[in-house]
Design a protein around this ligand. Structure first.
Ligand code: PLP
Length: 393
């Protein structure tokens, strides 16, 4: 049996070794504090769970018709995008997907060909380079600078553009960086894109998780040229703590959405119909639970940022969105006798029983990612241990 080249080239997650070890230690009864989670630690709000139960009892258990998603969910996505992002979309410009991840993959499949380039800011979400490569294209990685909270300048993006550039990946607020582009920064980048035929994948999974004075702007809201060139991605996953429901949505130019819908109809047939009914209720219902979760994440973000910067050899930019801190730990490598983020994370796990995600998985090897989608008590315990291991600044 010969596996396809496509799958042979697919990278195993660099984080797997550390997370597998953490899981094994937990199984042996070791009290591991895990900062690895990429999902909210809250239950899905009750009104959304109830909407799903109602939909099940009402018999919404057949194939979604059309496969691109039920009309009620598409209309609710339009309502949300107008209410919160100032974006006008028709239902025909929207499709409902198996989480944000499927939407992003379908978009790459619909647009990228062998030899094409996709500009990928680093640090990046782990699936991006793999999805781009699966389509035969090449990720052109452009590294963000810590002094600018990892945000790219318009010049950096302009310099990365070649005649082969088809796509720009734009993820704000960022996983893993925890940074958010301001409206002015979005507009400056949009001015560069306006002069090109590049399609922007604006991954806005964390648009409701913004902290402090930070302001957020959807890429498509930067102006008519940006709107015409942008696919706006979102999901129930992070906003409504619906990661396991596998439900997302994407809006953008109708020809691209149609192409993606064609792909979806021949692959997954979309996500569960009753989940789509629940998403419609989530997006159009009471948003109070979202704000409750956001406030708690904000409190944790401040605490984690402050504590990390008090640890010897650790510096951390302030998280302004999402639920991740992404500290530079390179000055602490020597303390543990290591030279990279993978060995650093392995040592921290072994010595302090704290699980971190090595930055190499996101393209930057001097860093580690800590998720604060875990209780304040766990956060305190984990940071006490880290400080105990590395010392006070
Ligand atoms: N994009 C980013 C930046 C993410 O962090 C995630 C999930 O971790 C996704 C997309 C995928 O989201 P979903 O769980 O809805 O597929």
């Amino acid at each position: 049996m010969q596996l396809s080249k496509r799958v042979q080239q697919l990278a195993e997650s660099a984080t797997l070794a550390v997370s597998a070890k953490a899981a094994a230690m937990k199984k042996e009864g070791v009290d591991v504090v895990s900062f690895g989670a990429g999902e909210p630690d809250f239950p899905t709000p009750e009104f959304i769970r109830n909407a799903c139960k109602t939909a099940l009892d009402a018999g919404y258990t057949k194939y979604a018709n059309p496969a691109s998603g039920i009309q009620a969910a598409k209309e609710a996505a339009c309502l949300k995008l107008k209410r919160e992002n100032g974006l006008e979309y028709k239902a025909s410009q929207v499709m409902i997907t198996v989480g944000g991840k499927e939407a992003l993959f379908l978009a790459s499949m619909a647009l990228l060909e062998e030899g094409d380039e996709a500009i990928l800011p680093s640090p990046y979400w782990v699936s991006y380079p793999e999805q781009i490569r699966l389509c035969g294209a090449r990720p052109v990685i452009v590294e963000g600078c810590e002094s600018r909270s990892f945000k790219l300048t318009p010049e950096q993006i302009a310099n990365a553009i070649t005649p082969r550039t088809k796509v720009l990946i734009f993820n704000s607020p960022s996983n893993p960086g925890g940074f958010t582009y301001s409206p002015e920064e979005v507009k400056a980048i949009a001015r560069i894109i306006a002069k090109t035929d590049i399609t922007v994948f604006s991954d806005e999974m964390y648009d409701r998780l913004i902290y402090g004075n930070q302001r957020f702007m959807s890429f498509a809201a930067a102006g008519p040229e940006a709107y015409a060139r942008t696919l706006t991605f979102n999901a129930g996953s992070k906003t409504y703590s619906m990661t396991g429901w596998r439900i997302g949505y994407v809006a953008g130019p109708e020809p691209i959405i149609k192409a993606m819908a064609k792909l979806q109809s021949q692959t997954t047939s979309g996500t569960a119909t009753f989940n789509q009914h629940a998403l419609a209720v989530a997006l159009s219902g009471d948003q109070t639970p979202v704000e409750t979760m956001r406030k708690e994440f904000e409190r944790r973000a401040e605490y984690m940022h402050q504590r990390l910067n008090m640890i010897k050899g650790v510096t951390c930019v302030q998280p302004t969105g999402a639920f991740y801190a992404f500290p530079n730990v390179s000055q602490a490598f020597a303390t543990l006798g290591v030279g990279n983020s993978l060995d650093f994370s392995a040592k921290v796990l072994e010595k302090a029983h704290v699980a971190l995600v090595p930055g190499v998985a996101f393209g930057l090897d001097n860093y580690v990612r800590l998720s604060f989608a875990t209780s304040m008590e766990q956060i305190k315990k984990g940071l006490d241990r880290l400080e105990g291991l590395l010392g006070k600044a």
